[in-house]
Each structure stands twice: as C-alpha cells, then as structure tokens.
Design a protein around this ligand. Sequence first.
Ligand SMILES: Cc1cc2nc3c(=O)[nH]c(=O)nc-3n(C[C@H](O)[C@H](O)[C@H](O)COP(=O)(O)OP(=O)(O)OC[C@H]3O[C@@H](n4cnc5c(N)ncnc54)[C@H](O)[C@@H]3O)c2cc1C
Length: 307
Amino acid sequence: MLRQILLYLSRAGWARNVAVNWRLAQRVARRFVAGETLEDAVRVVRELNGRGILATLDCLGESVKNVEDTQVVVNAYQTTLNRIHTEKLQSSVSLKLTHLGLDISEDLCIANLRHILGTAKQNGIQLTIDMEDSSYTDTTLRIYRTLRDEYEFDNVGTVIQAYLRRSEADMQQLAAEGAHVRLCKGAYLEPPEVAFAHKSEVDANFIKLTRQFLSANGTSYLAIATHDEKMISAAEEFIEQNQVPADRYEFQMLYGIRAERQADLAAKGFKMRVYVPFGEAWYPYFMRRLAERPANVWFFIRSIFQR
Ligand SMILES: Cc1cc2nc3c(=O)[nH]c(=O)nc-3n(C[C@H](O)[C@H](O)[C@H](O)COP(=O)(O)OP(=O)(O)OC[C@H]3O[C@@H](n4cnc5c(N)ncnc54)[C@H](O)[C@@H]3O)c2cc1C
C-alpha cells in the first residue's frame, strides 16, 4: 500500500512542486543522488574508481514535454561523455528515452539518441537505455535494437525488469542476439496482468532469468542489478558452479545503497558498477527509492522530527 502511494506521488506534479522546494527533502535525497552538478557526479565517480568500482552516470530527468528541453538533455549527455573521456573516468552512461522526448515523438527521441550515441561511440563509452514503465517496453526494445544494429556498437545495452511476465521471452530473444542486458526487479507501478504481484514471484523470476541468461552461449552480457542479498548470493553461487567467464557479467547497485557490499564484491574481484544519478530533476527518482524500502520513509520522517 505504502509502495503504491509513493509511486503515485512520484508522478504527481503537485507533490513534486512541494518536495523540490523543501530543503529537508533535498537533503534526504542527497543520500541517493550525487548532487545537482556534473562536478558533484565526477567527484563521486573518481572516489568510486579509486576503490576499484566502476560507475554509470545518469543525468536525472524523464517525461520531457518540450522539444527545446530535449536539446538541453542531449547537450548534458554530450558534456558528460566528453568529461568521462577527458578525465579517463571508468564510467558508462545510462539514460531514459522519455528524457529524450519519447512522449513527444519517437522520431525526435531517436534523432536525439543518435547524437548521444555518436559521441559515445567516438569515445568508446558504454551506454545503457534504462527501462521505464511497461507502456514503454516494446518501444524501448525496438529503439534499442534499431540503434544497436545501426551503430554496430556492442556497447549499447538495455534493461529488463524481472517483475514483468513477458521478461522471460524477452531475455531469451536478447540472449540469442548477444545483447548487453541489465536485469533488475523493476521500479514502477504495474497492474497484475503484466507484472507479478508478489515479491516471492519477482525474486524467483530474477534468479531464473539470471541463470538462463548466463547459461546462453555466445556473446551476451548480463549486468546483475540488485541490492537483494538472496539475488546476489544466488548469482555468485551459479557463477562459481558453472565457471561463468568474467567477461559475461557484472554486478550493479545504486549510489547510496549497500556501499559496503559494493566494496566487498569489488574486493572479491567481481566487476562492480554503481549507478550515479545527478542533476536537478531528482524528485521521481528519489520517490522510487523511498517506495523500495519503507525504512527509508521512516528515516525521512525521523529527520523531520529531529529538526
Ligand atoms: C544499477 C541499477 C539500475 C536500475 N535501473 C532500472 C531501470 O532501468 N528500470 C527499473 O524499473 N528499475 C531499475 N532499477 C531499480 C530496480 O528495478 C529496483 O527497484 C531496485 O533495485 C530495488 O530492488 P532490489 O533488487 O534491490 O530488491 P528489493 O527486494 O527491493 O530490496 C532488497 C534489499 O535491498 C536493499 N534495498 C533495496 N532498495 C533499497 C533502497 N532504496 N534503499 C535502501 N536499501 C534498499 C534492502 O536491504 C532490501 O531489503 C535499477 C537498479 C539498479 C541497481
């Protein structure tokens, strides 16, 4: 119930207007967001890289409704990619298609993505297309496949959500294509017709999809994106038992969550990447993080009363 309310609020304009002007909310959001500027993000990436951890930088934002605003987003990604290149940061980038104008037009979104991919390819930097709610799944996979083939660039990847009932079929197809896939549980509010309603079903599907994908022959690559100890241990065990080569997978977590486990996986020699979001449009991202863990909401409420 709490999760549903928080995910509803993550999309409510009135709630966003209240939160973004509220100092305390900004301060609590900083736990999950590197900061508002590229400088803040670069500082975090340098620190992670110094501890043997890779990063993926996300310029925060989604659901952009004006064509001119999408140009600002393209510029922000190009500046970020150039900075990664000139500073030799160990970082990829992640982006959302509605940030590039998918809600305005698919052609505009593809044109914007082409500009960013051109710069990424030139600099040899990986790019992952995040997955949004299920109304975008088909379009996201279509755009991913079109641009991946157009750029003959195997550094483009996308995301599959274990909570979706369709994901097993999608993963099988993507494995056969040699795709780079990030597998996560899924962060949006979905109806039971399209998504498993119970955590136990989502968890079982996550483990099943991890095993199936890592068992596929070929060049496919899996980013195991979770903070859930059960998911991580199951993956570690499968990798060890089946001697899965290290160039077929990595672990990923979000900035601000389970930093000690991130360090532990890196120390064990696993490739570990942290998703580092930055920018002013932190509100929906922050609300999805609160929705994932009620303890974060209590932490927020406690902060209000401690003031
Ligand atoms: C690198 C990365 C990229 C992602 N990209 C996408 C994407 O493109 N599309 C999408 O829909 N979702 C994305 N997600 C979010 C994902 O779908 C989940 O919502 C999120 O990872 C929480 O699920 P979990 O696997 O950690 O397991 P959960 O069952 O949610 O949590 C398991 C345990 O992890 C810890 N934990 C989880 N979340 C938090 C938190 N917010 N704060 C503190 N502790 C926490 C707690 O100990 C919790 O008990 C991404 C996640 C990661 C790690």
